[in-house]
Write a protein that binds this ligand. Sequence first.
Ligand SMILES: Cc1ncc(COP(=O)(O)O)c(C=O)c1O
Length: 410
Amino acid sequence: MPVASFDFSSLLPAGLPPAAAKWTGAARYNFIGGNNDSAQIPVDGLVAAAAAVLQREGGTLANYGLKSGPQGYRPLREFIAGKLKHDAGIVCSVDDILIVSGSLQALDLINSVLLSRGDTVIIERDTYQGALNRLKRLCVNAVGIPLDQDGMRMDALANELAALKERNIKPKYIYTIPTVQNPTGTIMPEERRRALIKLATEYGAPIFEDDCYADLIWDGQRPPAIHAMSETGNVIHVGSFSKSIAPALRVGYIVAPWTVLSRALALKTDGGSGALEQMVLAEFCAPQFATHVPRLRRGLRAKLDALMAALNEQFGTAAEFDDPKGGIFLWVKLPDQVDTMKLNHAALAAGVAINPGPEWSTDAAHGRSRMRICFASPSHDEIRDGIAVLADVCRKEFGVPARIANVAQR
Ligand SMILES: Cc1ncc(COP(=O)(O)O)c(C=O)c1O
């Protein structure tokens, strides 16, 4: 690589996000991000699927969009339509589905279709950092609604919608992760989904349903999707294979009315999402998704149990959390004196990466002593050892927990 002497900095347009930091490797105990369990990637099945589909249809790679058009590989859309009907009650056809490069691209496309600087959207108070950051960058006002054990609180939503209306503000959408919420792990029950649809309809706001964890409910029982329950076509539904198969494949999808989908498609100027991933997924999922996912769930549940045991052993009552109903995250409340932004800094120096709460909340003060821990990618040993190191760092920095592993600290 030649020495970089050309000055690009004077050419950069205003409003760019801050420059990315160079990746220097993952922490030894890596509890961040939405990574999956490497031992649970169905490698053999994916290899066989890749060989079969390439042998049969490899020649179609000569065409952008294969022979399926710009909305994505048709057999994958057929699989998604069948799965959504069976699991989530969504009745849609392949024409209602747009395959995207991970649901992150779905967030970008839907935001581009609907949002301008200065707009207001409603979002859960504790929520996905990727959604929050995008809204911040677009200079969109994200109004956070508190959650309880059943997800977004409808009393708080009703109050907020009324208060906004009084100021003549109509939110551009209500963004929710109703089925295993990130980071709280809650599932919005059917009754509350009904109340949400009613409020959204009353105030003329669409619902943006981000359902990427819906396959990871421990008992496999999910309420119908909000998309399936609404009778007015006011729901944009987004899903992903990142959590059920593998995030590096970068395959997600949008289910929305054509008025929205056609706009998203016009903005999706990448020549189509990666075709090989779509082909392999379709070939693998049609026969094997239904057996793969329960196995994955069992493995994740065992890791969650290991994490909760480690936290109980190392932090005792200082770490408060609800047993999430599925997913890959635990949302942990530490005592008020713990600032998780500072804890994160000190923990990283000791080789432990956590997601500090303020980065996952519209209300930094609420997130201050909270942290999100991903339990899917570390091994059982890493979970046990990493939480022990984290407790040690936390005690040194904040005097919490006072006792570690039931041994009083001097
Ligand atoms: C709620 C939510 N939405 C979207 C995404 C993005 O997922 P992907 O782009 O891998 O589909 C994530 C990833 O963690 C997420 O938690």
